[in-house]
Ligand binder design. Structure first.
Ligand code: PGA
Length: 250
């Protein structure tokens, strides 16, 4: 089975009255995509986008976060069982914006990963270094640490359900994209540490996405690299005419 996936991350953009039309336009342009396509939508649109994607093969819906407890006095939060009850397929976890603006660390994200898996959904785990870390040459060490801390306590069976998104923070929303070679080098490194921990077969099956200013002009070159299995797309996922072309490249 193909590892390829294109996931859109709408972040805190689009109104409920706009979301269905956006997703529908992408589906209309690629009614039989070659890869899995995921819409990562604001919580208030999960139900409506799930209703739409459930009618189309290879289209799925993702939440952008969840709480690490099942229920309780956590005003404003949304739990994994709530998402599972809506039939949500994937949950994006550990995005750099969650780490930076909401103080999430690998230990907390590990708990969320556990909850998502326990509730029958699939985590999309985001990792990636900031510019100073890359400039100091420590990007592999840092990304390796993020992955080991948040994921490597999982069984091989559970790990096999995780999608990894490598998103260098210096490339997110900046218009600066990692070169296909930079992406490939990091993805190969990630696949290598997975291989050491879980074996070659699990490593070969793991979907590893690139994220950071992916657009129609660079998507095909990035995805052509052997260890780049698709993209997690922010800004360009908000315009159907851009996202549909990235889906076509997947
Ligand atoms: P971007 O965002 O495509 O706008 O750079 C990617 C992301 O944050 O997932």
């Amino acid at each position: 089975m193909s590892r390829n996936m294109i996931a859109g991350n709408w972040k805190m953009n689009t109104l409920p009255s706009e979301g269905t039309e956006l997703a529908q336009a992408v589906i209309a342009a690629n009614s039989k995509p070659n890869c899995k396509v995921v819409f990562g939508v604001p919580a208030v649109q999960l139900a409506q986008i799930k209703e739409l994607t459930s009618k189309h093969d290879n289209y799925f819906v993702a939440a952008q976060n969840c709480h690490h407890e099942d229920s309780g006095a956590y005003t404003g939060e949304i739990s994994a069982p709530m998402l599972a009850d809506l039939g949500i397929d994937y949950v994006i976890l550990g995005h750099s914006e969650r780490r930076d603006y909401f103080g999430e660390n690998d230990e907390l994200i590990a708990k969320k990963v556990r909850k998502v898996l326990d509730n029958g959904m699939l985590p999309i785990y985001c990792c990636g270094e900031k510019l100073d870390v890359r400039e100091a040459g420590n990007h592999e060490v840092l990304v390796g640490q993020q992955i080991k801390t948040a994921l490597f306590d999982l069984s091989a069976e559970d790990f096999g359900k995780v999608v990894i998104a490598y998103e260098p923070v210096w490339a997110i929303g900046t218009g600066v994209t990692a070169s296909p070679e930079q992406a490939q080098d990091m993805h190969a490194y990630i696949r290598e540490i997975i291989s050491v921990q879980y074996g070659k077969e699990v490593a070969a099956r793991t979907t590893i996405l690139y994220g950071g200013s992916m657009k129609p002009a660079n998507a095909a070159d990035l995805i052509a690299k052997p260890d780049v299995d698709g993209g997690l797309v922010g800004g360009a996922s908000l315009k159907a005419e851009l996202f549909k072309d990235i889906v076509a490249a997947g």
